[in-house]
Structure formats: structure tokens, C-alpha cells
Design a protein around this ligand. Structure first.
Ligand code: FA5
Length: 350
């Protein structure tokens, strides 16, 4: 009788080795361990054995039953593993974390105009500088000839931190640091200071089609001996014609900023309405784009530069508004909307 147990065990192992799918292994389970299965049948044939034989044989059959159950379960596990591996190997290689329908992405329109401006100014010998968004009251106001309680501060209410620092309300906040960085080369080596510094600005103000509380400007300064308004106008004209690649109507009018003297407002004819008036230009037909002027002597002094010897110009280009005009965005708020549908349609012209 025990040979029967051994023979059945060998037979099952052989058949399991040959099985290649879960269905045939399950069929083997029924064949050997089912109600009418071969191993179950061994127990049924025990009735003719003596008590002693029954005990010994019964134990062997039970051991085989248990072993057979385990062999079958292991085989099923092995087949499943192989099936998963085969499925993985048959798949094309791809990143399963990639979101569905991912487009190639595009640059934000403000990044595009910023790069265009940087390219133009770099080609004219300007350095591109980066500056922090959190600045001191001195940098943002005092060094720019705007003492505490000066009414000009009202125009640039911003967000103050508990430590007294603030989110810069204009890129002019970097002027003082730029003068200090380059003054030695100017004074000792005669190298003119020529720098642009784009950056994000913050103001506590109500938003509308042409005003945001968070927007970009690009400051530019040039300091040397004998710098005049003609130099300023030349650089402004070059920048606008390069960025727009077409003739656009501009107007220069007097403007007051404590850090320039004289100061100007440089407006461009609204490209959204062609100058007829619309919400994007507050129905005036003109958009304030780039105030500028000759750097105030007090500002040069604060930067360690002698205003008797050197003069310079500064401008504060509204990059966000430039992006609006260049790409025909009617409402400035769309630029901060994060809407891929709205923003994804712009591409670099180059
Ligand atoms: C200034 O910020 C001065 N620092 C500019 C300057 C620099 C003048 C150097 C002279 C010399 P103003 O507040 O006008 O100025 O802002 C400059 C430009 O930034 C505006 O013409 C406009 O294009 C843009 N701008 C200002 N406020 C906003 C706003 N809330 N939303 C969008 N763009 C704005």
C-alpha cells in the first residue's frame, strides 16, 4: 500500500512539472485531491486493512495529502508570477507615472517676452542680474530717495513681513545693490554700469484688466560719464522695435518718481484696441509700459557714485503688460490664471 502512496506522489510531481497554466494545475487538484480524486481514493481503500496498518497507512496518506496541497498551491503561485512577468515584458517601455494626454508644454508668455528683452539688452552689452523678492525698506524706498512718510509710498503699498522686510513693490529695489556691485569697476576701470534685472513685484492693490497684485517688471540702468536722455530714448526705442518687430506708436510724457530727475512715462498705443480705448487700457487708448528717467543724484550717492562726475538713466519696464500687448492678452489676470488652455497657445517666434 505504501508503494501506492509513493507512486501517486511521483506521478503528481511529474504532472505538475509539465503543467504550464493555472487551469491545468487546478485540474490536477481535482484529479488528486477532489472528492473522487486518487489521493482521496487511497483513504477509501483502507477498510480491508488491519488496525495497525490503517494507522500507518492513514498517516502516510495524510502527509501526502498535505504535501500535494502545498505542491499545487506553490505551482499556481509560480505560474501566476510567470504570467505577470510575461505581461510586463510584452509591454512597451513607458513611464507609468506620466499623466494621460500630456502635451509638450510651453513657456509662459511672460518668460517669452523676458527672454526677448534679455536678448536685446545683452546684445547691447547689458548684464542680466537676479535679485531677491524679499527686500528691506531701505532697498525698496529709502535708497531710492523715498523717505518714510513720503507720499510716493502710497502708490506702492505692498506686503510686509513680521521682521520688517517686504515683498518688493518694484524692481527698482535692486538699484542700490547693483550700483554698489559695479561702482568700483566704473570708478577705477572706467567700465560703464549697464545692467537689467527682471523680477516679480507685489502690490497691495485692486486688480482689473491691466492691474495685478503680482506682476513682473524689468529694470534697466546705465551709468557712465555724459549719459543723457538721448541715450535713454535710443535704448527704449531699440528694445521696443526688437520685441514687437513692427512700428508701434509710443508717447513720452513727464512723470514723477522720486528716484529720477527728470522722469518720464513711456506709454504705448494699446495693441488690443488699436488705440480706440478698451478695458485693457482703461479706455484711454494708451498703456503705461515703461516709466524711466535720469537717475536722481541722491540715488547715485546712496550707491556710492559721485553724481558730479557720473550720470545715468533707469527704466522700469512692465513685463507683464508687455506680454499682454505682444500676445494680445486682453485681461492681465489671465496671465496668472494657471490655465494651460489660455497660456499654452503662445510660442517663441524664433
Ligand atoms: C515703478 O515701479 C518704477 N519703479 C519704474 C521706474 C524705474 C521709473 C526706473 C523710473 C525709473 P510704476 O509703478 O509706474 O513705476 O510701474 C512701472 C510699470 O510696471 C508700469 O508702467 C506697468 O507697466 C507695470 N505695473 C505697475 N503696476 C502694475 C500692476 N499692478 N499690474 C501690472 N503691471 C504693473
Amino acid at each position: 500500500m505504501s508503494e501506492k502512496v509513493t507512486a501517486l506522489r511521483d506521478e503528481l510531481i511529474l504532472k505538475l512539472n509539465e503543467a504550464t497554466d493555472a487551469a491545468s494545475v487546478d485540474a490536477l487538484r481535482v484529479e488528486y485531491l477532489g472528492k473522487n480524486g486518487s489521493i482521496t481514493g487511497l483513504l477509501k481503500g483502507m477498510k480491508d486493512l488491519s488496525i495497525e496498518e490503517k494507522k500507518d497507512f492513514g498517516q502516510k496518506v495524510n502527509v501526502l495529502k498535505e504535501e500535494a496541497g502545498k505542491l499545487i498551491a506553490d505551482k499556481i503561485e509560480e505560474i501566476k508570477k510567470l504570467e505577470v512577468e510575461a505581461e510586463i515584458n510584452s509591454m512597451p517601455e513607458f513611464d507609468i507615472s506620466t499623466p494621460a494626454n500630456l502635451s509638450r508644454g510651453s513657456y509662459h508668455p511672460i518668460t517669452l517676452v523676458q527672454r526677448q528683452c534679455e536678448k536685446v539688452f545683452k546684445s547691447m552689452g547689458f548684464n542680466v542680474e537676479d535679485y531677491s523678492e524679499v527686500v528691506t525698506d531701505y532697498e525698496c524706498f529709502e535708497a531710492l530717495n523715498i523717505p518714510k512718510h513720503h507720499p510716493a509710498r502710497d502708490m506702492q503699498d505692498t506686503y510686509y513681513l513680521e521682521n520688517g522686510q517686504l515683498l518688493k513693490s518694484h524692481t527698482s529695489a535692486a538699484q542700490n545693490a547693483i550700483y554698489k556691485k559695479y561702482k568700483d569697476a566704473l570708478i577705477n576701470e572706467g567700465k560703464p554700469i549697464k545692467a537689467i534685472f527682471p523680477g516679480r513685484c507685489f502690490r497691495n492693490e485692486a486688480t482689473d484688466a491691466c492691474h495685478e497684485n503680482t506682476f513682473f517688471q524689468m529694470e534697466g540702468v546705465m551709468v557712465d560719464k555724459n549719459i543723457s536722455i538721448s541715450n535713454l530714448i535710443f535704448f527704449m526705442k531699440t528694445m521696443l522695435s526688437e520685441v514687437f518687430q513692427k512700428d508701434i506708436k509710443v508717447r513720452l510724457r513727464p512723470g514723477f518718481f522720486p528716484f529720477v530727475e527728470p522722469g518720464f512715462e513711456l506709454d504705448i498705443s494699446c495693441l488690443i484696441c488699436g488705440g480706440d480705448g478698451c478695458p485693457s487700457c482703461k479706455h484711454s487708448g494708451w498703456l503705461e509700459l515703461c516709466p524711466c528717467g535720469m537717475i536722481h543724484p541722491e540715488v547715485l550717492k546712496a550707491g556710492g557714485i559721485d553724481p558730479e562726475e557720473y550720470t545715468g538713466f533707469a527704466f522700469g519696464l512692465g513685463l507683464t503688460r508687455l506680454a499682454m500687448m505682444k500676445y494680445g492678452v486682453k485681461d492681465i489676470r489671465d496671465l496668472n490664471s494657471g490655465s494651460l488652455k489660455a497660456l499654452g497657445q503662445f510660442t517663441d517666434d524664433e
